[in-house]
Structures are given as structure tokens and as C-alpha cells.
Write a protein that binds this ligand. Structure first.
Ligand code: PRP
Ligand code: URA
Length: 206
């Protein structure tokens, strides 16, 4: 499995504010958007482009446009906090949704919703889920996307735990993971340490 920890001073800066327990939900949403922009830029760096002719006000010139179908799949709920940033940078992306919820006691993920574009075979699929903790949710989602034919799946996470990375390595070795931070460990409740708490709750003020 390919893991890339995106290192950038702006990522560090936004992470510090996201981790701060005093950050309000409104500010948390803005910060999630900002760090997602940086992740998306990095994770789309190698997408293919094709020559096109563009007429500037002065002459015709060669330019390059994106030449690969892109699908973004936010994992409900928390992944919604990354979707606007994704569409801001890749406005032509199609969007699918997967709803997953961890059982509060066992931390095992259960799927409650799925709506995906057709023909995932020829697309680069970006799974948006800010927290990679045990890895159960991401493995479940990636498995589902592969089951629908997806061949290239890239997970964009904001904070990952080593346990989650190890789980993905074992269960979906073909996946690619981009994360803004690789944290220390999980606590007994399977929350990431130091982490930033419950992303969905902080994003939606619940
Ligand atoms: C959070 C998060 C991930 C999952 C990660 O979702 O958004 O989907 O936990 O944990 P895991 O790696 O141990 O599976 P949660 O189940 O809390 O649902 P929510 O987004 O609706 O709050
Ligand atoms: N989900 C979260 O939102 N936070 C964690 O630390 C782990 C799972």
C-alpha cells in the first residue's frame, strides 16, 4: 500500500488549529476545507492531462486539460467536510456517497447508505474520510468500491493512526492513502491520540 504523509507548513498550521479543543464548529469547518484543498492538490498531482487548443484574446495556443475521469466519494458524515474543497479543485468530478457508522461500543463500522456513479473501472476514485482510526470504515468502503469495479482508489484522510494504516495494508494492499498527519496510537475507545476528537461531532456541532 502506498502511504503519503503530506508535509507542508500550511498543513502543520491548519492541523494545529483543528486539534485545538477551543476551535468552534464554524471555524473547524473552514479549517477542514483548507487542509482538504492541500490534500487534494497533492493527491491529484499525477493525474494525466491532454493537449487542447485554447483561443486567448490574442492567439490560439496549446494548453492542457484533465484527461481522466475523477470520482469523489465522501464517507458520511465526516467526509462531507472535505467535499467542497475537492469540487473546488476538480469541478468536473462525479460524486458518490457511502454512509458508514462505527458502533460506539465495538468501533465496528456498519454501512447504512451507498449511492455511486456507474463504471468506476475507468475512474480515479477519491474516498474522502478525515479519520483513519482502526481502519475498519476505510477498509469497508474501499472493499465496496472495488466490488463496484474501481481499480484505482485513493483515500484522503486528515489524521491517521498507525493501527488503521496497518489494517489497510493487510486488507486492501492496493489502496493509496494520503494523510495530513500520522498520529501516535488509538486509545481504549479507538479514538486517535493526540487526534482531534470526533470529527463528525466537531464539524456539525453535535
Ligand atoms: C468516523 C470517521 C470515520 C471513522 C473512522 O466516523 O469519520 O468514518 O470514524 O474510524 P475507523 O477507522 O475506526 O473505522 P463515525 O463512525 O464516527 O461516523 P460519523 O462520521 O457519522 O460521525
Ligand atoms: N473517528 C473520529 O471522528 N475520531 C477519532 O479519533 C476516531 C474515529
Amino acid at each position: 500500500m502506498r502511504l503519503q504523509v503530506v508535509r507542508h507548513p500550511l498543513v502543520e498550521d491548519v492541523l494545529a488549529a483543528l486539534r485545538d479543543a477551543q476551535t468552534s464548529a464554524a471555524e473547524f469547518r473552514r479549517l477542514a476545507h483548507r487542509v482538504s484543498l492541500l490534500l487534494v492538490a497533492e493527491a491529484t498531482r499525477d493525474l494525466p492531462t491532454a493537449d487542447v487548443d485554447v483561443e486567448t484574446p490574442l492567439e490560439v495556443t496549446k494548453a492542457r486539460r484533465l484527461a481522466r475521469r475523477v470520482v469523489a466519494v465522501p464517507v458520511l458524515r465526516a467526509g462531507l467536510g472535505m467535499l467542497d474543497a475537492f469540487l473546488e479543485l476538480v469541478p468536473s468530478a462525479q460524486v458518490g456517497y457511502v454512509g458508514l457508522e462505527r458502533d460506539e461500543r465495538t468501533a465496528v463500522a456498519r454501512r447504512y447508505y451507498e449511492k455511486l456513479p456507474k463504471r468506476l473501472e475507468d475512474a480515479v476514485v477519491y474516498l474522502l474520510d478525515p479519520m483513519l482510526a482502526t481502519g475498519g470504515s476505510a477498509a469497508h468502503a474501499i472493499d465496496g468500491l472495488n466490488g463496484h469495479g474501481a481499480r484505482t482508489v485513493r483515500l484522503l484522510s486528515i489524521v491517521a493512526a498507525p493501527e488503521g494504516v496497518a489494517h489497510l495494508e493487510k486488507t486492501v494492499p492496493g489502496a493509496e492513502v494520503y494523510t495530513a498527519a500520522l498520529d501516535r496510537e488509538l486509545n481504549d475507545q479507538k479514538y486517535i491520540l493526540p487526534g482531534l476528537g470526533d470529527f463528525g461531532d466537531r464539524l456539525f456541532g453535535t
